[in-house]
Design a protein around this ligand. Structure first.
Ligand code: SF4
Ligand code: MG
Length: 331
């Protein structure tokens, strides 16, 4: 797999009155070109912060305290002002969480599209902009004439979400990041949107990063998945491999907590306890207070990631070396 984005040792901190909050802790993460990668984790696990860093959009007072991000081999962190303007939207775009609410309530969709274009590209005429928008709206299965002339309040939540997806494609980015793209929507609308996203991915060959707290969504849409817990990427790998045999105890618990993946209702279990306070992290492995396999070492050292030859990664003391991961897999 050829990486489009490579995140290495990324640490992002937010100085707070109560102390330094480390939202992302020495995270490694790869987004392969041409695939749909999901980043899954509970709210506050660091997914959105990591995605914002890839977008070079960490909000003040947050800062990248260490590590690197490359996009197609280019160092994202050192992009100058002009390069950055071209990078955002033309290389990578993001549909933010609850993006429907980001639409300007007092402007028609058409005018908002033209404004977005103008802010990022000088090379389109107004007719070209509207034609392009029309095509994309058609692609997300909306009636272009109706939508272009509508105000946001005249559209349903699912329609607005599709408008935002069309917006994210206006400047032909290589990567689209979608933060909880279907969270506020009903199940049928969710399925419909995933269907559209998959079609866009396939027809336009767009790499996607999907941020979600819902591991069921991952199963439906992604090729590859990373699992975040309290700012750490604890496991990453091929989606099929991960569902078949999760390696990190947290991933295993996440999967057991999903009703749709378990036929036997009695097997469904929530994860006891709650994620740690990021301002007051436990020593050692951040998952140890909730982990049934925790042993003495877990309380002292945060595990280093182990890579298997199959491209699976896991950070857990149960796997001191790649061979032991393979062993667990075949047992
Ligand atoms: Fe559990 Fe220890 Fe692995 Fe952490 S390192 S997940 S506490 S076994
Ligand atoms: Mg979030």
């Amino acid at each position: 797999m050829e990486p489009l984005v490579e995140v290495r040792g990324l640490t992002i901190e937010f100085p707070m009155r109560a102390g330094l909050l480390r939202a992302v802790n020495e995270a490694d993460f790869v987004i392969p070109k041409g695939q749909i990668t999901a980043l899954v984790g509970e709210s506050g696990s660091g997914k959105s912060t990591m995605a914002s860093a890839i977008m070079r959009a960490i909000s003040v007072p947050g800062r990248v305290a260490g590590g690197s991000i490359t996009f197609d081999g280019r160092d994202v962190m050192s992009l100058g002002k002009k390069e950055l303007q071209a990078y955002k939207w033309e290389q990578v775009s993001m549909v933010f969480q609850a993006a429907q609410n980001a639409l300007n309530p007092v402007a028609r969709i058409k005018d908002q599209i033209i404004e977005t274009f103008r802010a990022h590209s000088k090379s389109y005429t107004e007719k070209q902009m509207v034609d392009k928008a029309r095509n994309l709206l058609d692609y997300v299965r909306l009636d272009p004439d109706r939508v272009l002339n509508s105000f946001p309040h005249e559209l349903s939540g699912g329609m607005k979400q599709r408008v935002m997806i069309a917006f994210s494609l206006l400047l032909d980015p290589q990567l689209v990041i979608l933060d909880e793209p279907t969270t506020a929507l009903d199940v049928i609308t969710q399925a419909y949107i995933f269907d559209i996203l998959k079609k866009i991915h396939k027809d336009m060959n767009i790499t996607m990063l999907l941020l979600t707290h819902d591991i069921g969504v991952v199963a439906k849409a992604a090729d590859r998945v990373g699992v975040m817990y309290a700012g750490n990427v604890v496991e990453a790998g091929d989606v099929y491999d991960m569902f078949k045999r999760p390696k990190h105890p947290y991933t295993a618990k996440l999967m057991k907590a999903v009703p749709s993946l378990y036929e036997d209702v009695s097997e469904r279990k929530g994860i006891p306890g709650s994620p740690p306070d990021l301002l007051n992290m436990p020593p050692g492995c951040p998952f140890h207070p909730r982990c049934e396999y925790a042993h003495a070492k877990c309380k002292e050292q945060n595990p280093i990631k182990v890579y298997t030859p199959a491209g699976h990664e896991v950070a857990c003391h149960l796997y001191p070396n790649p061979e032991s991961v393979a062993e667990v897999r075949t047992s």
